[in-house]
Design a protein around this ligand. Structure first.
Ligand SMILES: Cc1cc2nc3c(=O)[nH]c(=O)nc-3n(C[C@H](O)[C@H](O)[C@H](O)COP(=O)(O)OP(=O)(O)OC[C@H]3O[C@@H](n4cnc5c(N)ncnc54)[C@H](O)[C@@H]3O)c2cc1C
Length: 386
């Protein structure tokens, strides 16, 4: 695999870096403290992203997206991962499963998400169904040409209140060798549909300006034309999307890790105790060495997965390994950076404590570390199963 940047990747990353440094990072502390991105700022970020061609980079050029390949997208997420999700969330990367839109859905949902007119959420997790997603309670019961939806979702993230939800609900059961399994269908449900209520979720310690939403469905009626993809195939659609989502979390974790390493190294070189820079003490310098090694390993795992995705041969365990390693590595790095900064590491006026809190989320969303280990170990043991 060739790790050098192409001329196009170099150009994209340079302008993305300048955008992040000049137009996002200056607002990080403020939005973290208030937990809100002022509407005017959010709209400005979105407008600038549209103008610079950074909006919807993950969807094909044929529908107005950036058409970037997976390796370039990994570099894109890595760069944005250095700053707050609350801010870079306005540079929308629509859910790739919207590519399953057909007929009028293309004009009503897919294209408006690419042009910035609409914003969707990906609504899978429920209060009673997190890692064990097939235990979901949200049900869509067929009634003639309609479905009647009852249930709720939580932890559904978006910087702004969504225009519609890609909602996963169970619509039937099938018999498998391991017993009954719920059949899940994806629906496009508009805000304002009677019986569909959206509320802000609780405040989160990590990525404070990036909100989560609670979605409630009470006898919410949608027409069958609102099904995304095939009836009963929603889980397969979700699974496809979640696999790449894990690579993006891993890539963003690498960006955060790089920023932490820069902060820790500079502080270790400048801060003096006992007559010398603290970086001269092995207790400090070895932490830097471990962080640098972790960063390189995490980057390689991310690029390996993205390269395989570009070739169409990425396996679930490739994404899981990248997500597991990068999210655990950034957690170690964040903790070590706080330690290197001493008391200053916990003060709100520096970015260290914020990165430390933000990094904690990476081991949880898009599948916890335990679930990634489950995926990896299952792939190892599968050949031996009878
Ligand atoms: C800020 C934020 C944003 C999010 N955004 C979205 C979103 O946009 N859309 C969406 O659908 N979801 C979203 N999520 C949900 C997220 O993906 C889940 O939180 C995650 O999958 C874990 O589910 P859970 O929190 O219910 O934990 P649980 O599944 O209850 O897990 C609790 C603990 O049990 C462990 N555990 C569970 N099962 C096993 C097992 N088989 N083996 C070993 N250990 C196990 C877990 O690893 C964890 O340590 C978001 C979450 C957060 C916090």
């Amino acid at each position: 695999m060739d790790y050098s940047l192409t001329a196009e990747q170099d150009m994209i990353l340079r302008s993305l870096r300048a955008f992040r440094e000049q137009e996002l990072e200056p607002y990080e502390a403020e939005v973290d403290r208030s937990g809100e991105v002022p509407q005017e700022l959010g709209e400005r970020i979105k407008a600038r992203a549209l103008e610079m061609g950074f909006y919807a980079p993950n969807l094909p050029e044929s529908i107005g997206g950036g058409g970037l390949d997976y390796k370039t997208l990994a570099l894109f997420e890595r760069e944005l991962g250095k700053t707050s999700y609350g801010l870079h969330g306005y540079i929308h990367r629509p859910s790739e499963i919207l590519m399953a839109c057909e007929g009028e859905q293309v004009d009503n949902y897919l294209k408006p998400c690419v042009s910035g007119e609409k914003k969707e959420v990906f609504a899978l997790t429920e209060p009673g169904a997190g890692s064990d997603i097939l235990s979901m309670a949200t049900k869509a019961a067929r009634d003639g040409e309609d479905f009647v939806i009852n249930g709720s979702k939580h932890f559904i993230s978006s910087p702004v209140e969504p225009d519609f939800a890609i909602l996963f609900a169970w619509t039937g059961v099938q018999q498998t060798a391991r017993g009954e399994r719920k059949l899940v269908t994806a629906f496009l449900v508009d805000r304002g549909t009677p019986g569909f209520e959206i509320k802000r979720g609780p405040r989160c310690a990590a990525q404070r300006a990036y909100h989560t939403w609670q979605l409630f469905f009470d006898r919410c009626r949608v027409h069958q034309s609102q099904i995304l993809g095939e009836e009963g195939q929603g889980f397969e659609l979700a699974d496809k999307w979640l696999k790449m989502g894990r690579v993006w979390v891993a890539a963003a974790a690498c960006g955060k890790l790089e920023r932490l390493l820069e902060l820790a190294t500079r502080y270790a070189a400048e801060r003096r105790q006992f007559g010398q820079p603290i970086g001269k003490f092995q207790g400090t310098s070895f932490k830097l060495a471990d962080m640098a090694t972790d960063l390189q390993a995490a980057d390689l795992l991310v690029m390996h997965a993205a390269d395989k995705a570009d070739q169409g041969i990425m396996q679930p365990e490739d994404a899981a390994k990248a997500k597991l390693f990068a999210s655990e590595a950034v957690g170690r790095a964040a903790d070590n950076t706080v330690q290197i900064y001493g008391g200053m590491g916990l003060m709100e006026e520096l970015p260290v404590e914020r990165l430390w809190r933000d990094a904690r989320l990476d081991r949880i969303w898009d599948g916890t570390s335990e679930i990634q280990r489950h995926i990896i170990s299952r792939s190892l043991l599968r050949p031996y199963e009878s």
